[in-house]
Design a protein. Structure first.
Length: 118
């Protein structure tokens, strides 16, 4: 599975950005897709995940501001980010989890930089 993320950039506080991630390869067995982020000097953290069935999970810090969605036909996961804050500045990584029998495979995209600054 290969993941191609896009959509990062520079935005002012209070602004919005949309991140997209397209999966290719053995996509039929991908169960969970999601976004993680890593700020400078910090550990990578969960932002949001979504299952193939549409169940979502969000970090408390982004609830009510970010929305994750998924298009299973296009093998795409999207993160709509609103009311962005400077503390949202980070490299955002797309992740896909593929389950084959009892074996789990994790795949990561290349990361896209989001900078929230005036």
């Amino acid at each position: 599975v290969q993941l191609q993320a896009s959509g990062g950039g520079l935005v002012q506080p209070g602004g919005s950005l949309r991140l997209s991630c397209v999966a290719s390869g053995f996509v039929s067995s991908i169960n969970v897709m999601g976004w993680y982020r890593q700020a400078l000097g910090k550990q990578r953290e969960l932002v949001a995940t979504i299952t193939r069935g549409g169940s979502t999970n969000y970090a408390d810090s982004v609830k009510d501001r970010f929305t994750i969605s998924r298009d299973n036909v296009k093998n795409m996961v999207i993160l709509e980010m609103n009311s962005l804050k400077p503390q949202d500045t980070a490299v955002y990584y797309c992740k896909a989890v593929r389950q084959v029998a009892s074996t789990r495979y994790d795949y990561w995209g290349q990361g896209t930089l989001v900078t929230v600054s005036s």
